[in-house]
Write a protein that binds this ligand. Structure first.
Ligand code: URA
Length: 261
């Protein structure tokens, strides 16, 4: 919520003399709509997890006209150098999904406890605009491009160990790193955006990046002043990429159907 308000502060009103449009939905999603460099944009909170990202993408799609570009700015754990605390990690190679399979505990038949999906790529042009804008904001050494992993939990399927649950996840992060040499970040939403965009018949274009809030390899966390600074810089980069992105006026002409209610 605070991140959305910080970023929305950079918007111009939708019409001269009007205020920004603002709506808090019953599900708890805050939407603030205005313009950036003259282009209509909305800042929308997605809350946490893939289920919430599913609500946001599908329900925004149902009320927006024309092709829709979505840039996710989130936070993540950095999995390996050169990705380090405070960097902007761009999912330029897309994202894989890491799910906990409860049948592995129920049936105990040797199946994978945390199966990993194939990677889904982002929109290449939106990602390239986003990467350039991030480099302008924080400098090239603070922008790392690679593969993201989206987990269905902050805990078990992100390899956090200890506590009262039988998670059997001690090797999860080392296995992920060995299987995917381009893997840099671990979080909870990006894969869902990229997957829905890939299934949108061209009507949604997606790209994603995260502020590295934690370093999983050194167990350290970013201080709150730098988080706020990166939210502002990352927000500006996301808005610049969206404003520069060419979009088709009519989503129904793109190889797809019209949005549903
Ligand atoms: N968000 C996550 O999902 N994981 C982290 O480690 C940090 C932020």
């Amino acid at each position: 919520m605070d991140r959305a308000l910080l970023i929305a502060d950079m918007l111009e009103p939708p019409r001269p003399g009007a205020g920004l449009f603002q709506h808090l939905s019953g599900r708890g999603f805050l939407t603030i709509t205005g313009r950036y460099q003259g282009v209509p944009v909305s800042v929308v909170t997605t809350l946490m997890g893939m289920a919430n990202m599913d609500f946001v993408v599908r329900e925004c799609r149902s009320v927006a006209d024309g092709q829709m570009a979505v840039v996710r700015l989130g936070t993540c754990g950095a999995l390996r150098p050169p990705a380090k605390l405070g960097d902007l990690l761009v999912a330029a190679d897309g994202a894989v999904c890491v799910r906990r399979d409860p049948d592995a505990w129920t049936l105990n038949d040797g199946r994978a406890r945390y199966p990993v999906s194939a990677a889904v790529p982002p929109d290449p042009l939106l990602t390239s605009l986003l990467t350039d804008a991030c480099r302008r904001e924080v400098g090239p050494s603070r922008v790392v491009c690679g593969l993201d992993a989206t987990a269905d939990s902050f805990y078990g399927s992100q390899g956090r160990t200890g506590g009262p649950f039988d998670d059997q996840n001690e090797d999860l992060i080392s296995d992920l790193l060995a299987a995917r040499p381009d893997l840099i970040s671990l979080e909870m939403e990006t894969f869902k955006l990229l997957h829905l965009a890939a299934c949108s018949k061209g009507s949604v274009l997606g790209a994603a990046f995260c502020i590295a809030l934690a370093e999983r390899y050194s167990n350290s966390f970013l201080d709150s002043a730098t988080v706020s600074e990166r939210e502002l810089q990352g927000g500006r980069a996301a808005l610049a990429a969206l404003a520069a992105m060419p979009l088709a006026d009519d989503a129904s002409t793109l190889n797809g159907s019209s949005p549903h209610a």
